[in-house]
Design a protein around this ligand. Structure first.
Ligand SMILES: Cc1ncc(COP(=O)(O)O)c(C=O)c1O
Length: 408
């Protein structure tokens, strides 16, 4: 197996020629992980624990089969790009209720998405002008969900990484970005609760961001797919702050969310985009060409899932128990504010991941695979591993006990 490329665009301030964009992206983190663990045989007596991927493993919510069966005829029709009325109304009702909005228009301010992944990628193509005289920046947290990087680079933007470290409390520090960068910013990716750090943005952080967005004329793309997974208070959302600030029509905002984490339905590929009607219209136009549309029967299941909170509460209980069980057994640190990930400091993430597999039959992800070099040339994820607690509290505790035994 050939060593997967770490990527050469993982440095700040880099203009990339159009024909080289794809080549400068590294292999996706899980390809790199597969290569890293190739040739290592885990101890045969220990059952494998896969904490590498953030894939929820919870029972199917009870309404899924019944709703699907009742709407099978929808497979005979092409789904519209915009999404079925029933889904967009369910989303608008959910957003209104969850964030205490006075309302959000299902017709002009909500779009269906095939999960957030494709939408987070595609949005860069609607918001970046690759031919601008001064190449536009796309800001993103570092470490980050790698799709932000792929979207920014392939749309012709320049990724600008905002280090999220222990020193910053894992927040992307707005004050650290020079005015010169803000002036050339097309948009910023926000991720709260954050994968992988579990950081949750506070209202004041969003307020400062809005002030900068108005001053420097850029848009905000908020990835909120972990919004329903948190230890204490439900996280604030971008639209909620926008409404509190009296921003008419959620100007400059695009929020993305999905059923993958909240409803443990990652295989259904259903999510939404919501916010500023002008941005939604522009994005919708792009999407009529790229064509991502969730099959109609699945949109009906999605509408049912956004209308039911009982299963979400059950899932939340499991994640909270898993996070508590992990840290009780680990006897160090505390659960993140949000998400189901633990982001653990180690001497070297790659060396640790190899040792963890070889010694304890556990798969964890080296933090560097989710990070890029910062302005000083150091990688903020290098000294971390990410473990996903997706197998319930017992396995989470077992994972913590085994991680404690790993020696590098
Ligand atoms: C931060 C973040 N955003 C988006 C996604 C994409 O999820 P989906 O496309 O299933 O909504 C993930 C998946 O792991 C993620 O961790």
């Amino acid at each position: 197996m050939e060593r997967p490329d770490a990527g050469s665009c993982r440095r700040p301030f880099q203009v990339i020629q159009p024909q080289q964009r794809l080549d400068t992206l590294g292999a996706y983190p899980f390809e790199r992980l597969k290569f890293l663990l190739t040739g290592i045989t885990p101890p045969s007596g220990l059952p494998h624990i896969d904490a590498g991927a953030g894939e929820p493993r919870l029972p199917l919510p009870p309404f899924v089969g019944e709703t699907l069966n009742g709407n099978l005829s929808g497979f005979s029709r092409y789904p519209t790009t915009k999404g079925a009325d029933v889904l967009r109304h369910a989303v608008s009702d959910w957003l209104t209720q969850r964030y205490g909005l006075s309302g959000i228009d299902a017709d002009t301010q909500v779009l269906s998405a095939n999960g957030t992944r494709e939408a987070l990628f595609a949005v860069a193509h609607a918001l970046v002008d690759p031919d601008a005289a001064e190449k536009p920046y796309v800001l993103m947290p570092n470490p980050m969900y790698q799709i932000y990087l792929g979207g920014a680079v392939l749309a012709g933007g320049i990724p600008y990484f905002m280090p999220c470290t222990e020193q910053t409390g894992f927040a992307p520090e707005l004050a650290s970005v020079p005015d010169e960068v803000w002036r050339r910013t097309a948009f910023i990716y926000v991720c709260s609760p954050s994968n992988p750090t579990g950081w949750i943005a506070e209202d004041a952080w969003y307020r400062d961001l809005f002030a900068l967005a108005d001053r420097f004329d850029f848009n905000i793309v908020s990835d909120e797919c972990y919004s329903e997974i948190y230890m204490h208070q439900p996280p604030t959302g971008l639209l909620q702050v926008a409404e509190h600030l009296g921003r008419k029509g959620f100007s400059r905002c695009l929020v993305m969310n999905s059923l993958s984490k909240r409803s443990a339905l990652p295989g259904m590929r259903s999510g939404f985009i919501a916010g500023d009607a002008a941005l939604i219209a522009r994005f919708a136009k792009l999407r009529t060409y790229t064509g991502p549309a969730t099959p109609i029967p699945l949109q009906h299941v999605a509408a049912a899932a956004w209308s039911d909170e009982a299963h979400v509460q059950r899932h939340l209980d499991v994640y909270r128990q898993s996070l508590s069980a992990f840290f009780e057994a680990y006897e160090d640190g505390e659960p993140p504010a949000g998400s189901f990930f633990v982001w653990l400091p180690v001497a070297d993430g790659e060396a640790f991941a190899k040792a963890a597999y070889a010694q304890q039959a556990i798969t964890v992800l080296p933090g560097a695979y989710l990070s890029a070099d910062d302005v000083q040339g150091s990688n903020p994820g290098k000294g971390f591993i990410r473990a996903a607690l997706v197998d319930g509290p017992e396995k989470a505790a077992e994972l913590a006990r085994r991680i404690k035994q790993v020696r590098i």
